[in-house]
Design a protein. Structure first.
Length: 281
């Protein structure tokens, strides 16, 4: 048995050693893969950083070159403009000298006539422009007067329409209020009449029941079933009380229905007035 246990331990140790070797190799493989990926990432980052630096350098050089080209173009343009200004000054000087010479020569009279005609033409042109401006201002003033008259007329018409609408609304509200007051008075009269009729009916029913009960009591005073008659009378009184409660509930529900119908009619009238007001507006 000890030999068996020793062999079992040797096998278990061998399997554990094999598993530990595999596990260590796998761990080393994982570490090598991680190190390789880290090395590749560092290489890629270094290459990207070099590329970015190169692009930034190219961009800076391009900006410097573009600014230098703009300055060169501006300098050439300035030099050309200076040359053009000098040429124009020279031409203007020569023109002034030629004009002075022409005035001093035989064309002095023709030049004066032409200048006078030119001045008259320029003056006439200015007068035409002033006349056109005055005519346009007069047209604008007339149009403004007509627009103001139309605006005042439209405002007056709107005010009249609003007054008419408010008067119609007040008249409709007065008519609805009168109809509602008439309905209230009629409802009160009908309610009073119903209460009087109900009281009369109740008193009459009570008298009839009481007389009937008295007659029955007098007729059946000596009958041994007096207790049964009393129970019947109590049942009749219970039925009468239930009927009275039912009549009161029916009257209350009828009043609630009338009130709801009046409220719906009032809301309908107000909605129609609002719709009519919006249509007029």
């Amino acid at each position: 048995r000890s030999f068996y246990d020793q062999k079992i331990l040797q096998k278990a140790f061998g399997q554990w050693k094999e598993w530990w070797t595999v596990f260590r190799e796998r761990k080393l493989i994982l570490r090598a893969g991680s190190h390789y990926r880290h090395f590749l990432c560092s290489l890629v980052f270094k290459a990207w950083r070099a590329y970015v630096c190169q692009q930034q350098g190219r961009r800076d050089k391009y900006c410097v070159a573009e600014s230098h080209a703009k300055k060169q173009k501006l300098l050439r343009t300035w030099q050309c403009w200076l040359v053009y200004v000098d040429v124009q000054r020279t031409k203007h000087g020569m023109l002034s000298v030629a004009l002075a010479f022409m005035e001093r020569s035989c064309l002095r009279v023709s030049w004066a006539v032409w200048r006078r005609q030119h001045y008259q033409k320029h003056t006439g042109h200015k007068m035409n422009i002033l006349a056109l401006q005055h005519w346009a201002q007069s047209l604008q003033f007339r149009a403004w007067l007509q627009w103001r008259e139309l605006y005042f007329y439209s405002q007056n018409e709107k005010w009249k329409e609003s007054r008419a609408v408010t008067h119609h609304q007040h008249w409709e509200l007065r008519r609805c209020l009168g109809a509602w007051l008439g309905y209230l008075s009629l409802h009160r009269v009908k309610k009073h009449q119903n209460e009087l009729a109900q009281e009369h009916h109740q008193s009459r029913t009570l008298r009839r029941c009481f007389s009937h009960w008295r007659l029955l009591l007098e007729c059946r005073r000596r009958i041994p079933a007096h207790q049964k008659d009393l129970e019947k009378q109590a049942a009749l009184w219970a039925v009468f009380a239930h009927w009275k409660h039912y009549v009161l509930c029916v009257e209350g529900s009828r009043q609630c229905e009338l009130a709801e119908e009046h409220y719906r009619l009032h809301l309908l009238v107000r909605a129609l007035l609002c719709v009519r007001w919006e249509g007029l507006w």
